[in-house]
Design a protein around this ligand. Sequence first.
Ligand SMILES: [Zn+2]
Length: 338
Amino acid sequence: MMRVFAFLWLLTVVAGLSANRLQAQQSSAQSANETRRTAPAITPVLIGGQKYISHSDVRSYFGLTGQKIDGDKLELSNAKYSLIFRHNSQSSSFNNLRFVLSKPVIKRDGKFYISLLDCHKLLDPVLRPQYYPQLKRFNTVILDPGHGGSDAGATRAGVRESDLNLKLALLLRQKLQAAGFNVVMTRNEDKFLTLAQRVEIANGYNNAIFVSLHFNSAQPMARGIETFTLTPNGTTRSELLPGAMNGKMLGNNNDAANIALATALQNKTLRSLSADDRGIKRARYNVLCNVRHPAVLFVGGFVSNAAERQLISSPEYQQRMADALCEGIRLYHRYTRN
Ligand SMILES: [Zn+2]
């Protein structure tokens, strides 16, 4: 249930960003007067060359009156929100939904410090909805079943990710069409497509969102659902990837919409499937960088975990996952405006 709240809260969030005080604070001292006029002052502290905000500034800035410190764990709360941070960790919890921070939280001399970038790109959109622009209405959903053809993706015990991705996409297409959406598939058969081809197909449409569908493999215990969105400009990625790029990408134009869409999908699927919550994560995957629509990369489970492999191969579970994804997209759609 808490996840529903977390979700609604985030989506109300994304109902609108324009002037952003943290951003102003970050980019120049010029706006300091305006910042003071409208919100409690915050003073970034340099730690290891990065700007951080102390937890007491975070509390006063976001109106989080409750505070509990238990060793390396910090909990900030008010009537609506409960946020949990840990020293030396990028994992945070907002109303029981897991978010992966761009930089680890640091505890020093009894105080916790949260990076300015995470305050700006995660806390602010989530806790201060009034500063967000309307999310743009869409009528087309572009589904991108990952891999295909000579590229099977993650495989284990005869189960091929490329097949699972396509099955899920075909089920989801049906449900989205029944809900009135126009659906475009980057592939609807077992064929190879380059990442650039997927991007090119997606960018040929207007008023659209982009959902790339994947499963994964890792060590045998790893399982659960995770949703990736593009790393905000200026932050690090959640997971280390070779060849990752820096700087602003086309997809960064949709930072707020990206995290709203990711939260919708992560919430609906976790609630419906009772899967492990691996979190909403940041990455600079090619499709997330270069697609010009709000875009996410959803990972529905792990073929390397024997129990989960059985689940994600079962038609009944695939139906439920497609239903939950459809519900997530419809929920996100309800928060968009023309
Ligand atoms: Zn994949």
